[in-house]
Design a protein around this ligand. Structure first.
Ligand code: TRH
Length: 421
């Protein structure tokens, strides 16, 4: 059902009138720094707020082309907005009349500190002169670091002058909202049916696998299945090359499934190919088969994570999705210039390994993960890690259950919104 009856500006003639004016619309602002992670998180959140919490959500995205590619909605290239699964997606550009957009807004989410334009802040302040200004939330990046708990929910006061009036500046409060792994944070994105879906996909594992990687010609049922999504590191990619070598020389057949993307250049290099492999191609090296599949839809990517014995993931969103899949994971963290990511990585590994049982498996996972992130030789570490996979699968299930006992991010935001002054 379409939740949006109209849009306030640049509306084509075929969009029906009557924009809701009950101040309950959520405006989510997303800048696509690079890759797809920021869009992925914002899109999931927006969709969940619509589908599960019956909110009206407008998602503003600066990189319109990237968003449409990501959502497989290239048909919207020449438009300024499209509707997708009940979410109104709008191209975020300089000429937007924020006063009109804010008229029905109850919540403004600035994702990942993307810096709202002054004109929008001013318009929020103006709204605040007429009624309670919209709630303003800065949704932060995910981190397992302990300080996040202290900063979650903190407010910063922003005094916004209203141009052209001599009225007292309106005070706007921006709340910092941190996703996280504990009850003292905002939690993680988790759709209501996600865990049940994983159970169903895993119960039908052979069928799900065959649907995702059809007719690739190898005896895949007997293989160890691994999905691979990581940052490219040309030239060389020591970690990938050495890990592939370890997989190839091992006794068991391994299928490594790689969704199409920039990593394929490194895959070609690590396998000493003279070309970048194409979708549908399967490259075999002794025990290792590498299958290139299309870049999947978000929902199919969840299915892939669900039916692999190990998932190599990266950034933020795929990293979280792999945790819901309850399968062991290796995390390639988004590298930051000042090496701040090393602290974030350690904080996660510490939390993930803190169960008292089987410390050995957690240590080996942590060691491999650190070497993977440092682009170091992982050959021996893989042989150490491989026997731990059954144990790590139990750990992954425990971890999933532990996280599932916490409120999810959308519910936490809803609660914050309902309790607003
Ligand atoms: O793409 P990422 O590296 O994203 C980000 C951004 O780089 C961002 O700027 C940075 O700040 C952040 O990481 C930490 O990795 P991520 O977060 O996993 O996002 C990838 C998205 O792509 C995620 O939503 C899952 C999705 N995806 C698919 O939909 N299909 C696929 O086949 C694959 C491999 C991924």
């Amino acid at each position: 059902m379409a939740l949006f009856m109209s849009v306030p500006e640049h509306a084509p003639a075929n969009v029906a009138p009557a924009w809701s004016c009950d101040h309950d619309t959520w405006l989510v602002f997303c800048t696509a720094i690079d890759n797809f992670g920021d869009i992925g998180v914002c899109w999931r959140l927006a969709r969940q707020l619509v589908v599960e919490h019956e909110q009206q959500v407008v998602l503003y995205i600066d990189d319109w082309h990237k968003a449409l590619v990501f959502l497989q909605r290239e048909d919207g290239c020449s438009l300024t907005h499209i509707e997708e699964q009940g979410v109104l997606l709008r191209r975020w550009h300089d000429g937007i009349d924020w006063t009109a957009s804010l008229a029905s807004a109850g919540m403004v989410i600035e994702a990942f500190g993307c810096s709202l334009p002054d004109t929008l802040i001013e318009a929020m302040a103006k709204e605040g002169g007429r009624r309670a200004p919209p709630c303003w939330v800065n949704l932060e990046y995910l981190s397992a670091e302990a300080w996040v708990e202290d900063y979650h929910g903190q407010q910063s006061i922003q005094s916004a002058p209203v141009t052209g009036t001599c009225a007292t500046p309106v005070v706007l409060k921006k709340t910092f909202f941190f996703p996280g792994f504990t009850a003292a944070t905002g939690g993680l994105i988790r759709e209501r049916h996600l865990l049940a879906s994983h159970q169903a996909w895993q119960a039908e594992q052979a069928r799900t696998r065959a649907e995702l990687v059809p007719a690739s010609g190898c005896a895949h049922d007997r293989s160890l299945w691994i999905s691979l999504f990581a940052y490219p590191r040309p030239p060389g990619n020591v970690a990938l090359r050495s890990w592939f070598a370890a997989l190839a020389e091992g006794a068991e057949p391994v299928l490594c499934v790689v969704p199409a993307g920039s990593l394929l250049v490194d895959v070609a290099d690590a396998l000493e190919l003279t070309h970048t492999p194409a979708v549908g191609e399967v490259i075999c090296r002794d025990s290792l088969s590498v299958a290139v599949i299309p870049f999947l839809s978000l929902d199919d990517y969840d299915r892939l994570l669900s039916v692999c014995d190990l998932n190599l993931v990266r950034g933020e969103d795929s990293f979280v999705r792999a945790q819901w899949a309850a399968r062991p994971l290796i995390w390639h963290i988004y590298p930051q210039q000042d090496d701040a990511h090393q602290l974030k990585l350690d904080a996660f590994l510490e939390r993930y390994g803190e169960d008292r049982w089987s410390p050995g498996s957690a240590d080996k996972l942590a060691r491999f993960t650190r070497f993977w992130n440092l682009d170091a030789d992982c050959r021996k570490l893989w042989h150490d890690l491989r026997p731990q996979l059954p144990d790590l699968t139990h750990r992954a299930r425990n971890w999933q259950q532990k996280l599932a006992a916490l409120p999810d991010l959308a519910s936490s935001l809803m609660q914050f919104y309902r309790n607003r002054p």
